[in-house]
Design a protein. Sequence first.
Lengths: 318, 152
Amino acid sequence: MTFITELKEQIKTALPDLDMVIGWERGFDPLHATPLFMRKAQDVERLEVGPLAVHNTATYLTGFKGKKVGVVVKGCDSRAVIQLLQEGLIDRENVVIFGFPCQGVVDMVKVQKYLGNTGLVREAQIQDSSLKVKVNGEERDLALKDVLADKCARCRYPNAMLHDHFAGQPIEPHAPEDKYQDVEELESLSLEERFKHWEREMHRCIRCYACRNACPMCVCRDHCVAQSRQPQWLTQDDSVREKWMFQVIHAMHLAGRCVECGECQRACPMDIPILALKRKLNREARDLFNYEAGVDPNETAPLLSFKVEEENINERGW
Amino acid sequence: MSALNQNELRIIGFLCNWCSYGGADTAGVGRFSQPTDLRIIRVPCSGRINPLFIGRALLNGADGVLVSGCHPRDCHYAEGNFYARRRLEMFQRLLSTMGIDPKRFEYTWVSASEGQRWQTVVTKFTEQIHELGPAPRFGAFQDQNPVVETKC
């Protein structure tokens, strides 16, 4: 990864004019990264970029409103930045974007599938196209393509789509188009099976709201309807119904806004596949309004606009 | 106490104050006979209807939800129903992925003078819901699988 030196130089040059730059560093073990907030030049040395840098740095932007913040972004993170700009939730002049070519990020659920519960990993490193992990004194070699997140296999925007600085050379998209295979799979089930599927999945939900907290587009903070008593959308009941209702709320609040960074699903401690619900709505937004979120900062979200004659909505005759 | 007799299902109707509620009133004044499964909630405009109202209703025990507003271009607030149309269409398409039959929810436009049309809409929609029967409920799963394996 030769671009990392270039990236660090770019950040160091820009840092004096910024309050901070958000990136990633090594987390509690070498297999896990954690977000890094670089305020001084020496912090920049801790920056680590690569397939382990899973977090979406754009999630923090709305929390730093009014400050001048730099963000190191993958392709999907940059879409979140674009979407936030489009909705006027952050100001362009207060954000400096550092892009780099992203080869995909590792899905820890997949790593666990191969290695079981790893505990604290002593050694892990990315070499070319494999992930080398030392677990219980044993050297394990995983092919990177086997452990990359699903979103990366279908990624059409591996390079930051909007950037002030770009380190390295832009790379080709990982896939020419998104076929929405996960949504198709879900829809190949019968209605009853789908209902059962969600019941089974949502039964595991512990209502930690990590999905919401990790979501870059969930910007209501303390005013989230999930905790509001007036109006009271959800009760404190731990039933599947309430948990499921929250996911439906989350999906609808993201309708036509979700940039499919997959943070909700990654952050979920119970590994509930909730991204499919949001992707379903995205596919419908594409089919109905020919719209894709987080691509053009000057577009208007489809549900915030209308056409008097809708081309793709069939008026129902009764 | 349930007001339901065996043959009735719970259908919730969200009607806009200016057109459809008036249309339902016209149908009543005209003494058109209608099925009685529908419980009407009057809202200021179809643009007031959050699609999640429908989700909440369906998850909380409604078997069907009907939304009705002014015809496009006839909205009392000029453009409320245009926004509603997009939102409701998106939500209806989400329902099938949720495992709920999208036919349990319909949206349509009825003006205040269309008492006859209102009668048709209510009758047809009620028939449609009766064909589908009661909505699926959560709960069956927990009974069958009391212990669920959790990952650490």
